[in-house]
Design a protein around this ligand. Structure first.
Ligand code: HEC
Ligand code: HEC
Length: 231
């Protein structure tokens, strides 16, 4: 099964965490259990259970990015970016990072109602007139966190309609990214209120295809690899 089709719940055991498990003690333990053919069944079962615990433990340790000992290869880094792009281009993020001047609504990318755009902001109708500092409970009410706005017109930070390779190149272009280094992009995605909002978007809205933790695992590995772009 391709990782792209997995649900958010199972994605934490995707290729980036499961690969190193190939060398985990499970296989060794199992082989040893086979060699001791005359050993009582209980011994084999205990060995397998122990191996299982070891595998689970290794798996948990792999999720901690800080104690990642090996350098992430350029090829793996590029694959991490493909996962990052899936989040950036999902509706909650894309709707504020459109290719045009109007933010988008819903999962269908329809232009914002009431002719809202960078133009309406320039003529005095600020986003925060309707988008307050928290979500409103009713469906179709304007969602909110403090500082609701679009990226500026001179660096519009478009995510919509680009291939992962184009998006990656755009994010790293200092003329188009507001002067952010890959580390600054990482910190922005870790803490920014507008980013975090996407995982509690208010009634009737879907969340991004990965958890925020899974996104940050990919982002950290991508930065560690030197922020390589997919081909
Ligand atoms: C006149 C009120 C009003 C103004 C001004 C306004 N919005 Fe909205 N906005 C809404 C309402 C209402 C919704 C909810 C629509 C729905 O859920 O059907 C909404 C929804 C959105 C969404 C969709 C959330 C999602 O992911 O589906 C985004 C993004 C958005 N607005 C961005 C902005 C930005 C950026 C500005 C300023 C440029 C802005 N809005 C100005 C009323 C407004
Ligand atoms: C309400 C609108 C809004 C939403 C929703 C939103 N963003 Fe943004 N985003 C912005 C604005 C505004 C900026 C520019 C902030 C600045 O430069 O201070 C920005 C900047 C960024 C940047 C920096 C881009 C660059 O080229 O430097 C990244 C990365 C980013 N957002 C990721 C996300 C992700 C990931 C999500 C969804 C999980 C998201 N954003 C959702 C408005 C939004």
């Amino acid at each position: 099964m391709s990782p792209v089709t997995r649900s958010p719940e199972t994605r934490t055991t995707g290729w980036w965490t499961s690969q190193p498990l190939r060398r985990a003690p499970y296989g060794e333990g199992a082989r040893r259990a086979v060699r001791r053919r005359r050993a009582p069944l209980a011994f084999a079962a205990a060995a397998l259970a122990l191996a299982g615990v070891a595998v689970a433990f290794t798996g948990a340790a792999r999720l901690g990015v800080a104690d990642e000992p090996t350098k992430v290869s350029e090829e793996d880094g590029a694959r991490h970016f493909v996962e990052i792009a899936r989040v950036l281009q999902s509706p909650r993020c894309r709707n504020c990072h459109p290719s045009g001047d109007a933010p988008l609504h819903g999962d269908t990318a329809s232009p914002h109602s009431m002719n809202v755009s960078r133009v309406s902001v320039a003529s005095g109708l600020g986003c925060t007139t309707c988008h307050r500092s928290e979500n409103q409970e009713a469906e179709h009410a304007p969602p909110g966190v403090p500082g609701w706005r679009m990226p500026p017109a001179d660096t519009p930070m478009v995510f919509e309609g680009l291939t992962p390779a184009e998006l990656c190149a755009r994010l790293k272009d200092p003329k188009k990214n507001g002067g952010r280094s890959p580390e600054a992009l990482r910190d922005h995605m870790d803490h920014d209120a507008l980013v975090l909002w996407a995982w509690s978007p208010g009634a009737g809205r879907t969340v991004p295809p990965l958890t925020h933790d899974a996104l940050m695992t990919h982002v950290k590995r991508w930065v560690e690899a030197g922020a390589p772009c997919p081909k």
